[in-house]
Design a protein around this ligand. Sequence first.
Ligand SMILES: Nc1ncnc2c1ncn2[C@@H]1O[C@H](COP(=O)(O)OP(=O)(O)OP(=O)(O)O)[C@@H](O)[C@H]1O
Ligand SMILES: [Mg+2]
Length: 342
Amino acid sequence: MNTAPSPLLSVRDLQVHFPIAGSGWRRSTEVVRAVDGVSFDIARGTTLAVVGESGSGKTTTALSVMRLAPITSGQVRLGDTQLDEIEGEALRDARKRVQIIFQDPFSSLNPRQRVGEAVRAPLDLMKVGTPEQRRARVDELFAQVGLRPEQQHLFPHQFSGGQRQRINIARALATHPELVVCDEPVSALDVAIRAQILNLLVRLQKEMGLTYLFISHDMAVVEHICDEIAVMYLGQIVERAPRKAFFSNPLHPYSAALLSAVPTVKGGRERAARRLRLVGDPPSPIAPPPGCRFAGRCPAAEPECSRELPPLREVTPGHWVRCRRIEVVNGRALPPLQQEAA
Ligand SMILES: Nc1ncnc2c1ncn2[C@@H]1O[C@H](COP(=O)(O)OP(=O)(O)OP(=O)(O)O)[C@@H](O)[C@H]1O
Ligand SMILES: [Mg+2]
């Protein structure tokens, strides 16, 4: 019996391919396969973290969910709304339900606009309530993100990086979104400030029942904030699991390599001792290799790995991995590099 509540966000076989501009008379038919067959669900009120190296397709996945990048094929469903099929008024309405917080809190704020106005702008634009109600809502938002009401009259440069990110969070939450995309929200901040902003995001999630799609390349941050994790490599998910299952038993050699680079993550010190160093660069997203896309850099690769793309398969309940070398022994999945030892 399936008793799981229906997810807020459901993505199926998402592909986002960008055409390459040809030069002169040569019209290119090649495409950048930025997102190449991605599927995941996010349950209401939970956080899915998406991790992976630069260029793996994290931001493009998020932007296409917001319909800000063109969906080549696949389905994106937000609650009962089929986001990939709607246009015009319906799309504008649906977009209010999803907001994004970017990495750099400075460049996403207009330097000439007082921050109170910046937070009120989405409410004005969508004509939410009366002007008096909008003012009250901005007061409420400032309090919720830990800023004082009189700070509304200041300009962005009069704040610290952490405070600016609080302003961005307030603005993103102004219209009561259900899904909030956080794209590296603390990467540009001082280490000392990161925990404060992460704790704020966690508190707001609890208070408002928010659902997060949280993009990061920092495993220590992700371990702190996510319920589930999806690891992307060259446009595809290579592993997807609940947080505990992932951090206690990362299965894909690429996940293990990402984790072993972070000694601060639980168990990372032992992992670092048998460090798996990632050598070389990922292959081109224009012409990905036919087999496993990680095979060329994988310490556990066999010749067969380069022949056929392995499917993302569920090796233990809820734990999915795209690697043909995972073995399940007595109900426990074993990554390839531990099999020799076992
Ligand atoms: N508008 C675009 N046109 C063409 N190619 C694009 C476009 N946007 C992204 N790409 C390409 O798609 C791939 C995925 O990019 P994306 O920005 O989604 O990666 P990312 O995982 O967010 O990386 P980062 O960690 O650096 O932010 C990259 O190869 C990128 O160059
Ligand atoms: Mg990105």
